[in-house]
Design a protein around this ligand. Structure first.
Ligand SMILES: Cc1cc2nc3c(=O)[nH]c(=O)nc-3n(C[C@H](O)[C@H](O)[C@H](O)COP(=O)(O)OP(=O)(O)OC[C@H]3O[C@@H](n4cnc5c(N)ncnc54)[C@H](O)[C@@H]3O)c2cc1C
Length: 414
């Protein structure tokens, strides 16, 4: 007599859930993948500006953020090394990848996010996964040794195990509205307070209002209470404030409102790669160079319009020549260029956040299988867990690694 196959339900056909379903079915489980939207994988489709930054080119584990154990996080990340993830995409999914060395990002060679989403769903189906779209889960209830999955339309499905991959709270119109967080909370898991991460910042001061659309590479340092983060990368003035990878990467320091509390937080910007000594030397009049204007010197390193605004902030006449520049003016200008204070008044929240910070504590998870330590037979993966990484493919890497571990783990446990 053959033993019946283990029946698994995966909830959420995003990055983590689809990967989980692929590995669950490959592991021999009878796998059903439930998805509330009609098309699935919507975050994959909008990712990387429609190009899907599928993985980082190199991995720096220290850049992940969690309030749980860093060791547990690293164990999970190392469970599917970057080189093996690349090989999976290229060999198993048949999606060639290309690196973008200037940003350290990896993309599908086609530069089409749709190829990644479609390729994952197609492999799931080839492995025998049953896809059910427009199927919204309301609750997940442990019943004896199995699970009951209650749908919004009143139907219930039973399963030997459940993989919860509903995502977090970011960009709700992609399908993730926090349902997975509510379900895990109700099942008694330890939750770290959630907050929007990788989200643009707002500025109502008007200091840089004229610069909307200007972009450059900067180094930002954010501080709020004991929290601090530094990021070097692209920076964009928007009509509402600031965006770009450097801004998104430090935004979590300010969005953790609960903790930062009354501390408003301070944002400092180093506008160019030049440090104090290098600006000192660039702004010193040397021979015939003395007739050169300060503005012309700044324009060599900065976009024109920004150079003008920074001179105004430092209260230096734009047409001053290097020979005319007084010492106090030079020092004020260098302070503005190297440690400028960037006013900000809020953030774009979950509507624009690329990911959700906080979530289910990693202490509640077996890092080998992603099985809940509170409820055997329940597996958790992706954004609903308490971890996120910076811009650059880190968040998909997390979704792929946790999804694969959950799928394999759920299929193999008895
Ligand atoms: C604009 C944008 C760009 C991004 N670009 C990148 C990038 O280039 N590289 C990168 O690494 N990361 C990127 N990210 C982050 C990345 O998309 C996420 O980290 C990742 O998608 C999280 O995967 P997930 O499967 O956990 O959640 P999701 O992708 O959010 O998937 C959750 C799925 O569950 C479904 N679901 C939710 N509730 C229910 C329910 N009750 N019943 C049934 N189904 C449900 C949802 O519809 C959804 O399909 C980007 C995010 C955004 C918003």
């Amino acid at each position: 007599m053959t033993t019946p196959r283990r029946r698994l339900v995966v909830i959420g056909a995003g990055a983590a859930g689809t990967m989980a379903a692929i590995f669950a079915a490959a592991g021999g489980a009878e796998t059903v993948l439930l998805e509330r939207t009609k098309d699935a994988g919507r975050k994959i489709l909008v990712s990387g500006g429609g190009r899907c930054n599928v993985l980082p080119m190199q991995l720096d584990e220290t850049r992940f953020v969690t309030d749980s154990s860093v060791n547990t996080l690293r164990r999970i990340v190392r469970s599917w090394p970057l080189a093996e993830q690349r090989a999976f995409f290229e060999n198993e999914l048949g999606i060639p990848l290309v690196d973008e060395p200037e940003s350290l990002k990896t993309f599908p060679a086609s530069h089409r996010a749709r190829d990644v989403r479609d390729g994952l769903l197609a492999l799931a189906v080839r492995n025998g996964v049953t896809l059910r779209m427009e199927t919204q889960v309301r609750d997940v209830v442990p019943v004896d040794q199995s699970w009951r999955i209650d749908l919004h339309d009143g139907e219930s499905i039973t399963a030997d195990a459940v993989i919860l991959a509903c995502g977090g709270l970011s960009v709700p119109n992609t399908g993730s509205d926090g349902a997975g967080l509510d379900i895990t909370r109700a099942l008694g898991h330890t939750m770290h307070e959630t907050y929007p991460a990788l989200t643009p910042l707002l500025d109502q001061s008007g200091a840089f209002a004229s610069l909307s659309g200007v972009s450059l590479t900067v180094t930002l340092t954010a501080r709020a209470g004991a929290r601090t983060a530094t990021a070097t990368g692209g920076f964009l003035f928007t009509h509402r404030g600031y965006s770009g990878p450097s801004v998104l990467d430090i935004s979590h320091v300010f969005t953790r409102r609960g903790e930062a509390g009354a501390a408003p937080g301070r944002l400092l910007v180093k506008w160019t790669a030049l440090d104090d000594a290098q600006w000192e030397s660039a702004l010193k009049p040397q021979g015939p160079q003395g007739a050169r204007t300060v503005l012309a010197t700044l324009r060599e390193e900065l976009p024109d319009r920004l150079a003008m605004v920074l001179m105004r902030i430092a209260t230096v006449e734009p047409m001053r020549t290097l020979a005319e520049l007084r010492r106090d003016e030079r020092l004020r200008l260098i302070e503005t260029l190297v440690r400028g204070v960037l006013p900000w008044s809020g953030d774009e929240g979950y509507q624009k956040a690329e990911v959700t910070g906080g979530g289910v504590s990693l202490a509640d998870i077996d890092p080998r299988t992603m099985e809940s330590r509170r409820h055997p037979g329940l597996y958790l993966c992706g954004e609903l867990l308490d971890a996120f990484g910076p811009i650059g493919g880190y968040n998909f890497l997390w979704a792929w690694a946790t999804g694969r571990a959950a799928g394999s783990g759920a299929a193999s446990q008895r």
